[in-house]
Design a protein around this ligand. Sequence first.
Ligand SMILES: [Zn+2]
Length: 340
Amino acid sequence: MYAFEKLPQVVDKRGKLPHKGFYGNRKNGVDSITTRVWHHSLTKLSAGGSKIESFADFHVRTNGWPEIAYHLIIDPKHIVNGKATIYYCVDIAKRSYHVGNSNTIGLGICVIGDYRTDKLNEATIHSIIDLHKALIADGIGKYDKAHNEMPGYSWKACCVFDYNKAFKDVLSDLLPPAKQPDRVPGLYTIQEGDTFWSIALKDGKAGVTVNDLIAANPDVKPSELKVGQTIKFGIAKNSYTPTSERPKKPQSAYQYPLPSGVLKKGARGDSISQLQKALAAVNFYPNKNAENQGVDGIFGADTENALRRFQMVYVPYQVDGVYGPNTKEKLQAVLKSKGY
Ligand SMILES: [Zn+2]
């Protein structure tokens, strides 16, 4: 029996929380663990759902995982003899889902609360210290890392409490300046249990949508995501253009009709003039200072440059300086938004 299991505030919940099956064992069992990964639940302590049963339910029913994500959970709302209860939820020899492609080596420890606003209480700090000391005595893991110090997670607001400071027995002044998560990464590596829907959620309500992910990743089948596969994430934002309900007008009916097909550097003719005029109409001039603002029917370096600039803003997942169906669709939508 490990020392951490003998801590008086530890309550064994293994197998007793909502689950649908169990995680498999780590390749080398407990010896696989190199890193103690610290999380916070991002649910406010005052919220009714800030409890292990709700987390288990969310992870199993909503995320479709076999069991709750974390091996150990510290609950600041259940204090016994001045120490927060530590729930032992998933056997540490098992590979649970809490840190994507580092699950094999990571031990998941979650402190309930949203420490962007909640404050660590003294009872919780005692339990963090006790658990940390016991794990070290047991030889479980070598390093401590916050979730957002793990590869691929620098953008996560997890955990924002200063776990290092807590280990050092500092009982006052414990709310550190919150570590600001980085911006959402442009690319994203698929983790176990991911769906387009759960990935889109990572960027919050106003961010990347499922439709954006589908539009920006035309070669990826949402139903066949593979762990380790890379998809466009942050740069997928605004990729999706809702199609209008009305039947499409022929291009000739528009003030700036757009050519069809694929056009690239070296092409000439009316279709290039159409493209140049349309780009100029939305302020991406082939050459603002030249005659006709560079509209000359020749797809040269200036036109390619204007097209690239347009793509960087509106088709960021496909900046190639080549005019094709995606660029056409977006250009049409932008013209429409400007009243053309
Ligand atoms: Zn986390």
